[in-house]
Design a protein around this ligand. Structure first.
Ligand code: SAH
Length: 239
């Protein structure tokens, strides 16, 4: 095994029970699965045990990618389709299920990127930093753009926490398995991004100042981080 690369957030899973439990959060059998950052293919093997129709792999580390090509060369179900998830288009997929122990240094960036493909993806099961899993949870107080956008596109659940002992090397932080199930609504993501940039521009200001409006509405006298998610969505629907 080569020295794990910090720059690529390489923390490899080494606990078979956990990888099985991750795969149990969705229905793999007969479906098309995409895995981001498969590494040595530890989680991949647990996915393959559940008989997917196809599995697509995207691994940025060229050496690992070569190892994966070699490892799965006789497996017709496995397809290696790219290296950097952030420059891979998913627009040709339908009902894709994405499973990943994400690289933690860019996990929120990847998640927001994948929101652009919500119509191509059925659901996504991710291992992320516990702290990050809370940032996306719109059921918790203190609104932010992650909670807002997550609510607009999906149903979000934190499934279970994972100890840092199940990785090599051990990350300094706790981890959580989360699930985004995309809704079937037609979402104007440009509008949602524009709105969230505006309303979260200065969280210390009252909402009517951020939105540049003088419309009378009790909610507009609050600060955006004091709202709950339903209140925030009601302002968005009105916007
Ligand atoms: N799934 C493996 C490895 C997880 S570590 C396991 O559980 O053991 C994160 C993995 O993501 C590493 O293999 C790393 O090389 C890869 N990676 C990092 N940035 C990436 C990117 N932008 N696109 C695709 N893969 C990436």
């Amino acid at each position: 095994m080569a020295k794990p690369k910090k720059s690529l957030s390489q923390n490899f899973l080494i606990d078979k029970n956990i990888s099985k439990k991750i795969v149990d959060q969705t229905i793999v059998e007969g479906n098309e699965i995409l895995e981001i950052g498969p590494g040595y293919g530890f989680l991949t093997d647990s996915i393959l045990e559940r008989k997917p129709k196809k599995i697509y792999l995207i691994e940025k580390d060229i050496n690992l990618k070569k190892k994966l090509i070699e490892k799965y060369k006789n497996n017709k179900i496995v397809n290696i389709i790219g290296d950097d998830i952030l420059s891979t288009s998913l627009s040709d997929f339908k009902n894709l299920i994405i499973i990943s122990n994400l690289p933690y240094n860019i996990s929120s960036k990847i998640i927001l990127y994948l929101f652009n493909y919500k119509n191509n993806i059925y659901e996504m099961i991710f291992m992320i930093q516990k702290e990050m899993s809370l940032k996306f949870d719109y059921k918790l107080p203190k609104m932010n753009k992650y909670k807002f956008l997550t609510r607009i596109v999906s149903n979000y659940n934190r499934c279970f926490d994972v100890s840092s002992k199940v990785f090599f090397p051990k990350p300094k932080v706790k981890s959580t398995i989360v699930k985004f199930k995309f809704n079937k609504k037609n979402i104007d993501l440009n509008k949602a991004n524009y709105f969230s940039a505006k309303i979260f521009k200065n969280v210390r200001k009252k909402i009517y100042n951020n939105l540049d409006t003088n419309i009378e509405n009790n909610l507009f006298n609050k600060r955006v981080d004091q709202l709950n998610i339903d209140e925030l969505v009601s302002i968005y629907d009105f916007f």
